[in-house]
Each structure stands twice: as C-alpha cells, then as structure tokens.
Design a protein around this ligand. Structure first.
Ligand code: CIR
Length: 261
C-alpha cells in the first residue's frame, strides 16, 4: 500500500501582550510577571514546535487582551471543522475574532453562541470521543452546541466533572494514543473511557498538561518527576519552561492550536 500524502502540521500561536499582568486569574494568587521573560519562554516554545516539524503561524497580537496568548481557549480544531468558542470569562470573548479569521484559511468554521460558553482548554479529544470539562468556563449549552456541530463527523461528545482546577486539560491530557497524564485530585479518571493513565507526581499538580507532538511529548520543566514517570512508561519527552505564563494560569497546551492536514 502506498503511503498517503504527508500531513502538513501547522501551529497557530499568538504573541504575549504587554498587558499580560492584567490577565484573568481563578485559582492562583497574582504574582509579578516578567513580560520580557514570558516572551523569551514563549519563543522557545515556538522553536520546539518548529524543531518537531510544525509550521508556526502567529495570529496578530492583541495588545489590549491580556489573555490572548492563550489561543487554545478560542477554538477547537478537528480535521473537518474548527469550532470558534465563546470563552467563559467575558473579558476573553473578543479574542476569538482574529483567530476565526486565521482558521478560516484552513477549516470550515462553526461558532458557539450565547448562552453557550466553551473554552478550548476544556476539550480533550481521544480518538472519536470528545470530553468537555464542565468547569466554571464551559457550560452545558456550549457542550450541546459543540455536539451538534461535530456529531455528524462521527464524534461523540461527553461532559465530565472536574474539581479545583481551571480546565479539563489542567487535569488530564494525552501523552499517547490511549495514554493520559492525569491529576487524580482534579479529575476522576474513570470518566475517560478506554485509556490507561500516568498520575502526576503529587508535588507537581500542574504537570498533567502536556502537548503530544507525534512521537514526542512536551512536559513542563516545573514537573520533572512527572516527566520521569512518563519516560519510565516509554514516552519520549521534551521539557519546556513556561514559568512566567504559569503565573497567568497558563500551561503548555494553551499556547497553541495544532492543525494537521
Ligand atoms: C484564563 O484564566 O483564562 C487565563 N489566565 C489562563 C488560560 C489558560 N488556558 C488554558 O489552560 N487552556
């Protein structure tokens, strides 16, 4: 059998705005943010994506939108459609316009509308199953609208309960085909079916947010023990330091939207 055409791997990112220190915070206390260092770390994150074969495309900066670097929350990208979200934190809702304009070049678009809310950070896809964290940010109407847009492509959308964290993907992300990294304090893992999982080291609650880039997995430099657990499980990892964005309650997945094809 001849191999199919190679899939183009494109990562949309968005610059760190000067206003980052005015970001929305929910579960952590505000600390001074070094925007210059945040930019250096963000550039290093983009460089890692490029080293692993992703074409990085920057959506225009939004200087007045403090959380705009966290582009993941503004859209959920499938092969067949990109769903533009309606972020649950109202100051973040204007972030979606420029992202929709960028995604329109690559996907047909669906749009979540009021009273639905959905943050991309709440959406975890495992094969054809799409799990939506019923966090403070995403609501049942957002889930219903998402399901209406993607079920005809064969996706099954399920709501899952989280506790004590910002998004579902603060508590669990994919490190392999059917392998999750989870923080058991924030998510009852049994809600995600058909997967095995590695638990974060208890001292590294934020370590469950990893980015799977083909055969490599980006892990936070702040979670070395969780990284070791993954390596012991046969996962090849790369550590990325986003300590300044972590002060804005951001993690690794939230700084990109990954499109294949
Ligand atoms: C917020 O509260 O919305 C931002 N300060 C952080 C968003 C992080 N997003 C993500 O993890 N997907």
């Amino acid at each position: 059998m001849r191999p199919g055409p190679a899939r183009t791997k494109r990562a949309l990112t968005r610059p760190v705005p000067d206003s980052l220190a005015e970001c929305t915070l929910t579960h952590i206390t505000r600390a001074a943010v070094d925007v210059r260092l945040a930019r250096e770390q963000h550039a290093a994150y983009e460089a890692v994506l490029e080293r692993h074969g992703w074409i990085v495309e920057r959506v225009p900066a939004a200087p007045a939108l403090p959380d705009s670097v966290f582009i993941e929350d503004t859209a959920v990208v499938f092969d067949e459609i990109a769903v533009i979200t309606r972020p649950g934190a109202s100051p973040r809702q204007p972030e979606t316009d420029d992202v929709a304009a960028a995604l329109a070049a690559w996907r047909r678009l669906g749009v979540i509308t009021a009273p639905g809310t959905l943050d991309g950070g709440d959406v975890l896809r495992v094969g054809q199953d799409v799990y939506v964290g019923m966090s403070g940010r995403s609501n049942a109407e957002g889930l219903r609208q998402l399901a209406a847009m993607v079920s005809s492509y064969g996706y099954r959308v399920h709501g899952v309960a989280t506790r004590g964290c910002l998004h579902l993907k603060s508590a669990a992300t994919s490190a392999g085909e059917r392998l999750l990294v989870i923080n058991p304090d924030w998510l009852e893992a049994g809600q995600i079916s058909g997967c095995e999982w590695v638990e974060v080291d208890p001292a590294e609650p934020f370590g469950a947010n990893v980015v799977r880039l083909g055969d490599r997995v980006l892990v936070s430099a702040a979670a070395p023990r969780t990284r070791e657990r993954l390596e012991r499980r046969g996962v090849s990892t790369v550590a990325v330091d986003l300590s300044e964005l972590a002060k804005a309650e951001g993690a690794l997945t939230c700084c990109s939207l990954l499109l294949e094809r």
